[in-house]
Design a protein around this ligand. Structure first.
Ligand SMILES: Nc1ncnc2c1ncn2[C@@H]1O[C@H](COP(=O)(O)OP(=O)(O)OP(=O)(O)O)[C@@H](O)[C@H]1O
Ligand SMILES: [Mg+2]
Length: 263
């Protein structure tokens, strides 16, 4: 018997997306190896966030397929993909402003009705205890993200970078093991940026979480990612290590005129 190769955690194949007459994604293909941190870079408007929306089921593609660990999941809604272990964060954090930080995490956990939990030990005060369990899990996640001291603060009291971390926390609460991060370090100060990078690396290493990361900070991408794809005008124009991609003249050309450079 020959050993079968492990399918990639995520395989995007020939994905095309049009908005009216505008082609936002033009036959995009990429793979995210199981256990990897893969990067997705490219100038503003390249189609990166649109690709995330399609992978995570927020938008249907016009053409192409998405495979999660070898299974075709194209067009499945976000909640079903969540149940399969896939979650995404948003470029602009989407937190519940009236809830505290810990509550924002708690509501991201699946199966909150309690109906599918084993009944006996939860028979009395079931909902309450379920909430205690959830709160404890959320606190453990906040600890991991170094946000525990803000647990009872309203989500609106956090800085932009901390809100990004709460988004990651919500993805972790969903139990995801494939997480799409949309610009986790955008608008974040250098200290928090290092902390976010270390947290992503630790989650990858210690909890075997696979990441696909959109990021404009290319040093961060170089630090974290073994493989990087560059998207420009809806097409993959380069793939390889960050070093290889950085030196690709097509990439340099695509970034021309942007407010940051390739270093
Ligand atoms: N719902 C939509 N309707 C029409 N056009 C859209 C829609 N969503 C995105 N676009 C367009 O598609 C293109 C790609 O947008 P997208 O947000 O995916 O880019 P991006 O690579 O994430 O850019 P950035 O780095 O600025 O976040 C842009 O020109 C954008 O205006
Ligand atoms: Mg974007």
């Amino acid at each position: 018997m020959t050993a079968r190769a492990e399918p990639p955690a995520l395989a995007v194949s020939g994905v095309t997306k049009r908005f009216g007459g505008f082609v936002a994604l033009d036959s995009v293909s990429l793979e995210v190896a199981e256990g990897s941190i893969t990067g997705l870079i490219g100038p503003n408007g390249a189609g990166k966030s649109t690709l995330f929306s399609i992978i995570a089921g927020f938008l249907p593609p016009d053409d192409g397929t998405i495979r999660l660990r070898g299974e075709d999941v194209t067009g499945e809604p976000p909640w079903r993909l969540h149940a399969r272990g896939l979650a995404r964060t948003f470029q602009i954090p989407r937190l519940f402003p009236r809830m505290t930080v810990v509550e924002n995490l708690m509501v991201a956990a699946p199966n909150q009705s309690g109906e599918r939990l084993p009944a006996p030990w939860l028979a009395r005060g079931r909902i309450r205890r379920e909430e205690d369990v959830l709160r404890a899990r959320a606190m453990a996640v906040l600890q991991r993200l170094n946000l525990a001291r803000h647990a009872e603060a309203p989500a609106t009291a956090l800085s932009g970078g901390q809100k990004k971390l709460v988004e990651l926390g919500r993805a972790l609460m969903s139990g995801a093991n494939v997480i799409l991060l949309d610009e986790p370090a955008a608008g974040v100060n250098r200290t928090l940026l290092r902390e976010i990078a270390e947290t992503i690396a630790a989650l990858n290493r210690e909890e075997a979480i696979t990441f696909l990361v959109i990021e404009h900070d290319l040093d961060l991408v170089a630090d974290l990612c073994t493989r990087v794809y560059c998207l420009a005008e809806g097409r993959v124009i380069a793939a390889g290590s960050m070093g290889e991609v950085r030196n690709d003249p097509r990439v340099a050309e695509a970034y021309l005129g942007m407010t940051f450079d390739l270093h």
